[in-house]
Write a protein that binds this ligand. Structure first.
Ligand code: ATP
Ligand code: MG
Length: 394
């Protein structure tokens, strides 16, 4: 594409535009989120007009391809078009399109023009604009025919307040809602495939996340923790900066192993995880917990098992993967860039003390009774006292 320097990005907002009276708040949040994300790519002017966010480079030093990627990773944005502005005049628009999209025209056999008139004062309506610009481009590229149904190339023209804009098809954005609009939740992040995906899915609904991770040294290694911090870092390109609360879990696991029936190890352990995550949530004023559980995936993820786990928390437990197959989860994991790190072979504390025959249909009363031999409060206090907070930035 010619003349990179005057190229800008037009970001289309998704559900944000449906939010009625809250719309302003959503839009402001989104603009500030976009601003923050493109900052590391150079100096950009970011502003909103008529439900479109404009991202304009202020000088030639801006990293445009980095900024394009960043814009596509901002939740609340459904599409990103690279566009060039020009005068609001049919000849100028056709000339701009011919120069800007010359490579695309060279590769296409057919084209059409699709126009949008956001500036209702413009003297032609959208159909007339398309016809006029299409006619001029047809003269300019006589080998490229017009096909309004299935063209190889669609040239988009938008007549807006300040200028007209020409662009090729937009790239899809991340969708969802702007981070920060959905409150805060605490996500239980392990080193596996599932929990980074569940975190990402809730963040996409606008939830700001803080992470909790449980470690069991010496049974789990420094590499295992580094891997989780790396996953948290990979997530920041979508979710923004976060804090990982690292909580020592060895003593709890050893006490469970010493004092509780083997078939309940995992369940009682998971009850401790939920309690501790809830403590962190209270601490950071979060309104929910997020886990990567998926129904039936393992013994601790059957309906009776989930009932036992959930018993110890009064916060909503969000499980966005609950109805998903592993292949779908893996597809998302790859798309968001976590998969290769998730499959690194370091042990998680869950895999350290796995019972040979875990109970898949536990009765709540039985698990409560089995757990009653432990001093839950003392164990919790000790674990919370050992908590370490690690800030993770993009
Ligand atoms: P994942 O792939 O996310 O590890 P999983 O299928 O291995 O999930 P489990 O090991 O049973 O399932 O864990 C279920 C959920 O509990 C995880 O998705 C995660 O939310 C949480 N979890 C498990 N282990 C830890 C840990 N060490 N620290 C924090 N959360 C954990
Ligand atoms: Mg796991």
């Amino acid at each position: 594409m010619a003349n990179e320097r005057q190229e800008i990005f037009l970001l289309k907002l998704g559900e944000v535009v449906l939010k009625g009276l809250n719309r302003r708040v959503f839009e402001d949040k989104l603009v500030s989120n976009v601003c923050r994300r493109v900052k590391h790519c150079g100096s950009f002017n970011v502003y909103l007009r008529q439900s479109t966010i404009y991202v304009e480079p202020q000088n030639a030093e801006c990293d445009m391809s980095g900024a394009l990627t960043a814009c596509r990773q901002v939740f609340g944005v459904v599409s990103v078009a690279r566009a060039v502005p020009c005068e609001k005049d049919v000849d100028a628009i056709a000339e701009t399109a011919a120069v800007y999209l010359k490579d695309e025209f060279a590769a296409a056999k057919t084209f059409k023009v699709e126009s949008k008139r956001a500036d209702k004062l413009f003297h032609l309506n959208s159909i007339q604009i398309s016809q006029a610009v299409g006619g001029l481009l047809g003269e300019r590229f006589p080998d490229v025919g017009v096909d309004v149904h299935k063209p190889d190339l669609t040239v988009y023209v938008e007549i807006r307040e300040k200028a007209a804009y020409v662009h090729a098809p937009a790239a899809p954005g991340a969708g969802g809602l702007p981070i920060g609009m959905g409150g805060t939740a605490v996500s239980l992040l392990s080193g596996g495939i599932d929990s980074p995906v569940s975190s990402w899915m809730m963040a996409r609904r606008g939830v700001q996340l803080e992470m909790v991770h449980f470690v069991s040294p010496p049974y789990t290694s420094q590499q295992a923790l580094d891997k989780v911090l790396e996953l948290a870092k990979l997530l920041t390109v979508w979710c923004g900066r976060t804090t990982v609360h690292v909580i020592p879990f060895t003593k709890i696991q050893e006490e469970i192993r010493k004092n509780c029936p083997e078939e309940y190890f995992t369940l009682i352990m998971r009850r401790f995880m939920m309690r501790l995550a809830q403590n962190v949530a209270k601490n950071v004023h979060a309104g929910a917990l997020v886990t990567g559980e998926s129904l039936g995936q393992v013994a601790s993820q059957t309906l009776p098992a989930l009932n036992v786990t959930e018993d110890v928390t009064s916060l909503p437990v969000l499980r966005p993967l609950i109805g998903m197959d592993k292949v779908e989860i893996i597809r998302i994991s790859r798309e968001i860039g976590c998969f290769e790190t998730s499959i690194l072979p370091y042990e998680d504390c869950c895999t350290v003390f796995t019972p040979r025959h875990p109970c898949t249909r536990p009765k709540l009363e039985d698990v409560r009774a089995a757990e009653a031999v432990l001093d839950v409060e003392a164990l919790m206090n000790e674990a919370m006292a050992g908590r370490e907070r690690i800030r993770v930035k993009p």
